[in-house]
Design a protein around this ligand. Structure first.
Ligand code: XUL
Ligand code: CO
Length: 440
C-alpha cells in the first residue's frame, strides 16, 4: 500500500540547498547526513512530527471555531476520515523527511461508543500505520493516550476522585501501550493534562498523587508484560488546562518518581514552552533532567514573551535552541528520545504550505543550533568559564570537603586562618560574548 500524493500536491520532497538558497521549501541548515561531533545531524536531532497539531488540530480558540480546512475530512464517517488523515500524514512525512512521528490514541483513531469500539478503531488504524511505516521507513518516537479532551476527564484521569473515571483512563492507556508496542514505539509518554486541581479545598492532593503512582506502576507493569522495552516518559507542565498540575516542572517530577519508586522505568520529556510557563528557561529544565540522568526526550517548541500561556510556537529562536542543544550534547545525545515538534501553526496560517514552512523553520533552527552548540562546547574558554570556577574543590581541603570529609568546625577553623576570600569574577559578560561570537 502506497501513501498518496494528493493532499500536498504543490510540494515536492524538501531538500537541503544550503544557506544561499532562497527556495522557501528547502532546508538551509538541516543537511541530515552532515557530520557534527562524529554523528550525522539526523541522528543527533531525531526529529518527530506531532500528529495532533499537524493533522488534527483545527486551530479553534476560546473565541472562535477552527480555521483550518482539512482536505482529508472527505467523509461523514470519522473512521474513514481517520484513514484519509493517516494517508495525508504519511505524504507529509515523506516530503518533509522527518524520521519519526508521535501520536495520541484519539488523533489516530476516533473514540467509539464503547471501550470495545474505541479499541477496535485504534487497532484498525494501527495496522494501517504499520503498513505505511514499513513502506516509508518512518518510525514512531512515542505514543500516548489523550486523557484530557473527553468531558469525563474534567476532574482528572488517573487522579480523578471517581474511580470509574480512573478505570476509563486505564482502558485507554492499555490500548495506547499496545498500539505503541505494535508500531515499535521507542518511548511512551504521560502528559498529565488534567492531573492537578482547580481548587485546593475540594481536593485531597496526597490521595490523588498516590493514585497517580498506583496508575503509573500498573501501566509500567502492563507495558513490560507486553514487550515494551523503551522509556516511559513524564512530560512536566505547571498549569493549563488545570490551574495547578502535579507534574509542575522537572524537579517536581523527579521528586515524585523517587517517592513513587518509578525511577528505574521513567524519564522526562521536557517541553520548551512548559519550562517557561513554570518560570524556568528551556535549558534550565533540560539541565535538571539531564543532571539526574533522566533526560528522556524533548518537545521542541517555544512560548511568547508577551503572554503567559502555552502558545506552542514552532521553535525558531536560535539562542533558545543553542542553549537546549548544549545540554543535549553534554547529555551525550537525546536517543532513544528525539526532538518532537509539539508546535502548531497560527490560527491564520491557512495555506497548506504553512505546515511545511513551520517544520522547515524548526528543523533549520535546531540544525544550526547543533553546530553552534558544538562549537561553544569545544571552545576551551567555555570549559574555563564554567568548570574553572570550581578549581578550589579539585585539591587539598576543598577536595576533602567535596568527598564529604570536612566538618562544620573544620570549615570554621579554615575560614578563621585564611581571612577574606578573593573576589573571583563570574565573567558573565565574557561568556555572553563567547555565545554571540559563535552565533553571529
Ligand atoms: C500539551 C502537550 C501535549 C503532550 C502530549 O501542552 O504538550 O501535547 O505533549 O499529550
Ligand atoms: Co508536549
Amino acid at each position: 500500500m502506497m501513501h498518496s500524493n494528493q493532499y500536498f500536491p504543490d510540494v515536492n520532497k524538501i531538500e537541503f540547498e544550503g544557506r544561499d538558497s532562497n527556495n522557501p521549501l528547502a532546508f538551509t541548515w538541516y543537511d541530515e547526513s552532515r557530520i557534527v561531533a562524529g554523528q550525522p545531524m539526523k541522528e543527533h536531532l531525531r526529529y518527530a512530527v506531532a500528529y495532533w497539531h499537524s493533522f488534527y488540530n483545527e486551530n479553534g480558540d476560546p473565541f472562535g471555531a477552527g480555521t483550518r480546512i482539512f482536505p482529508w475530512d472527505r467523509s461523514s464517517n470519522p473512521l474513514d476520515n481517520a484513514k484519509y488523515r493517516l494517508d495525508a500524514a504519511f505524504e507529509f512525512f515523506s516530503k518533509l523527511g522527518n524520521p519519526f512521528y508521535c501520536f495520541h490514541d484519539r488523533d489516530l483513531a476516533p473514540e467509539g461508543d464503547s471501550v470495545a469500539e474505541s479499541e477496535k478503531n485504534l487497532k484498525e488504524l494501527v495496522s494501517l500505520a504499520a503498513q505505511y511505516q514499513k513502506e516509508t521507513g518512518l518510525k514512531l518516537l512515542w505514543g500516548t493516550a489523550n486523557l484530557f479532551s473527553h468531558p469525563r476527564y474534567m476532574n482528572g484521569a488517573a487522579t480523578n476522585p471517581d474511580f470509574d473515571v480512573v478505570c476509563h483512563a486505564g482502558a485507554q492507556v492499555k490500548a495506547a501501550l499496545e498500539a505503541t508496542v505494535e508500531l515499535g514505539g521507542e518511548n511512551y509518554v504521560f502528559w498529565g493534562g488534567r492531573e492537578g486541581y482547580t481548587h485546593l479545598f475540594n481536593t485531597r492532593m496526597k490521595r490523588e498523587r498516590d493514585n497517580l503512582g498506583h496508575f503509573l506502576r500498573a501501566a509500567r507493569d502492563y507495558g513490560r508484560s507486553i514487550g515494551f522495552n523503551g522509556n516511559f516518559l513524564i512530560e512536566p507542565k505547571p498549569m493549563e488546562p488545570t490551574k495547578q498540575q502535579y507534574d509542575f516542572d522537572a524537579a517536581t517530577v523527579i521528586g515524585f518518581l523517587r517517592e513513587q519508586d518509578l525511577l528505574d522505568d521513567f524519564k522526562l520529556n521536557i517541553e520548551g514552552n512548559h519550562a517557561t510557563l513554570a518560570g524556568h528557561s528551556f535549558a534550565h529544565d533540560l539541565t535538571v533532567a539531564s543532571e539526574a540522568g533522566l533526560l528522556g526526550s524533548i518537545d521542541a517548541n517555544r512560548g511568547d514573551n508577551q503572554n503567559g500561556w502555552d502558545t506552542d510556537y514552532f521553535p525558531t529562536d536560535l539562542r533558545d535552541a543553542v542553549e537546549a542543544m548544549i545540554v543535549v550534547l553534554e547529555n551525550g545525545g537525546i536517543a532513544p528520545g528525539g526532538l518532537n515538534f509539539d508546535a502548531k501553526i497560527r490560527r491564520n496560517s491557512t495555506d497548506p504550505k504553512d505546515l511545511f514552512y513551520a517544520h522547515i523553520g524548526g528543523m533549520d533552527t535546531f540544525a544550526r543550533a547543533l553546530i553552534i552548540a558544538n562549537n561553544i562546547i569545544n571552545d576551551p574558554l567555555y570549559a574555563e568559564l564554567r568548570d574553572g570556577r570550581y578549581q578550589s574543590f579539585e585539591s587539598g581541603e576543598g577536595k576533602a570537603f567535596k568527598e564529604g570529609n570536612r566538618s562544620l568546625e573544620q570549615l570554621r577553623d579554615r575560614a578563621a586562618s585564611i581571612g577574606e576570600p578573593a573576589r573571583l569574577s563570574g565573567r558573565q559578560e565574557l561568556l555572553e560574548n563567547l555565545f554571540n561570537r559563535q552565533m553571529m
